[in-house]
Design a protein around this ligand. Structure first.
Ligand code: SF4
Length: 450
């Protein structure tokens, strides 16, 4: 049972020394109760308090690590139910399945296609995280060889899905790589005995919350610690309601018995797998297994994940400065915008599409888009005039003509007055930039008398 803020406060030194970064011990106690701080942040705390509060301050959803090194995947370790309360830390992981029943060529081709599911968007690489090797052959030796080949070929952490004799056959060569073991229903305890001595993570599968609670308790009793819960939904609504229910039990009720990251196998004929995945990304699925390796199916899901798991308090931004596009030279147009990543990459790709070499001048607006930055007073006539004089753009071009986003056309007069540059009002939407740039007469960028 979780402790209340008052119960936690009674265990603290009550000196209000502020070493924890909070103004009072009571404020700190409230943060621990909300799962947003840990007792290790209070150096003067007694050993008794540390022991008692250790459990209370542990994250309501435990962390489970699959794989090792840079490609390790972290499941769970979340502290809030809604992103605006703080943030979501660990994005939903995607695993694409491969069957050990495929012949060698088809298996290699499938692994190659899974590995190629990687896309660039807004300066980030979006890729699937894991390979789920399914034991469809019923042959432990064949499964072990398939798992080893998947590890070698994909270079991603593995989810090993099959009966315990097949998992045991695969582990001698894979154990140090921390694969996630997923035995079938009815072999949960045997799977736990396999995972426990090696400290491996384990998927516990059982139908519904009650079944899951019993199966998780049995796995823990058998010594397995790093557990992932699969409630085995039969339909899309079932999957979403179980996922939400489990997360609410974990975060709001601190129900440790069922508070584990979740896995949903949306392959093997699951109805509407992509609709289910698109709902489980925002609604708490920790790991989703899909059968499709079609980029048209996977890219939208990765894009959705990128949007949901972007920290709203830290807009994705690029560095301010001058970005030459194409063979930009002294007579190329200068286009200005803000350093919000989505704005930057959109404008840059529209300029590239125009095939008109240009200089893209990026203003530091704390990652805000053009209109937001203007409304916040970060993209103004004064700030743009300052950028024109301090960024070095005046030395990079021989003309003094700036293309301003059409959304902030009203700034043009002030910029011209303060900087001496001539302002051309660009289109309202970046998508109109290619035709706009192609129509500009070269005379617009004739050398200025400076
Ligand atoms: Fe209180 Fe500990 Fe924070 Fe000091 S560090 S204010 S004793 S909670």
């Amino acid at each position: 049972m979780a402790l209340t803020a008052l119960e936690i406060y009674k265990l603290l030194p009550k000196t209000n020394c502020k070493e924890c970064g909070f103004p009072t011990c009571l404020a700190f106690a409230m943060q621990i109760a909300a799962g947003k701080a840990g007792i290790d942040q209070c150096p003067p705390a007694s050993e008794e308090a540390k022991e008692t509060l250790g459990a209370a301050s542990a994250p309501p959803l435990p962390k489970v690590i699959v794989g090792t090194g840079e490609r390790a995947v972290i499941l769970g370790d979340e502290v809030v139910l809604y992103r605006h309360e703080k943030t979501f830390y660990h994005p939903t992981a995607f695993a694409i399945s491969v069957s050990d029943a495929l012949d060698d060529d088809a298996f290699r081709d499938r692994i190659r296609r899974i590995r190629s599911l990687s896309f660039e968007r807004m300066g980030e690489t979006l890729a699937v995280d894991m390979v789920a090797v399914r034991c469809d052959s019923g042959d432990p030796a064949r499964f072990a060889a398939a798992a080893a080949a998947a590890k070698e070929g994909a270079g991603k952490p593995l989810l090993l899905s099959g009966p315990c004799d097949a998992l045991a056959a695969a582990l001698p060569s894979l154990g140090p790589d921390r694969p996630l073991l997923s035995p079938p229903v009815g072999e949960g305890e045997a799977g736990a005995r396999l995972a426990a001595p090696l400290g491996l993570p384990l998927v516990v599968r059982a139908k519904g919350i009650d079944g899951l609670e019993k199966a998780l308790a049995a796995a823990r009793a058998a010594g397995a610690c790093d557990l992932v819960a699969d409630p085995m939904p039969a339909s899309l609504p079932d999957a979403v309601s179980l996922s939400v229910y489990l997360r609410r039990l974990a975060i709001l009720h601190r129900a440790r018995e069922v508070a584990f990251p979740t896995a949903f196998d949306l392959g093997n004929g699951f109805p509407s797998p992509f609709a289910a995945a698109s709902l489980l990304v925002p609604k708490y699925g920790s790991l989703l297994v899909l059968d499709s390796d079609d980029p048209a199916d996977i890219f939208p899901l990765l894009t959705l994940r990128q949007n949901i798991f972007t920290d709203p308090q830290k807009p994705i931004q690029v560095e301010a400065g001058i970005y030459p596009i194409g063979k930009a030279n002294g007579s190329s147009p200068v286009v200005i915008t803000t350093n919000f990543s989505l704005t930057f990459f959109t404008v840059r790709s529209d300029i590239e599409a125009s095939r008109v070499p240009a200089h893209l001048l990026i203003a530091d607006c704390d990652g805000m888009s053009v209109l937001t930055a203007w409304a916040a007073g970060r993209f103004t006539g004064e700030s743009i005039a300052k950028i024109l004089s301090e960024s070095g753009i005046a030395g990079a071009v021989s003309h003094r003509t700036l293309i301003l986003p059409g959304m902030v056309a009203r700034l043009s007069g002030k910029i011209e007055e303060l900087s001496g540059w001539r302002v051309l009002v660009g289109p309202q939407e970046s998508s109109a930039l290619p035709s706009y740039l192609r129509r500009l007469p070269p005379a617009a960028f004739a050398p200025a008398d400076v």
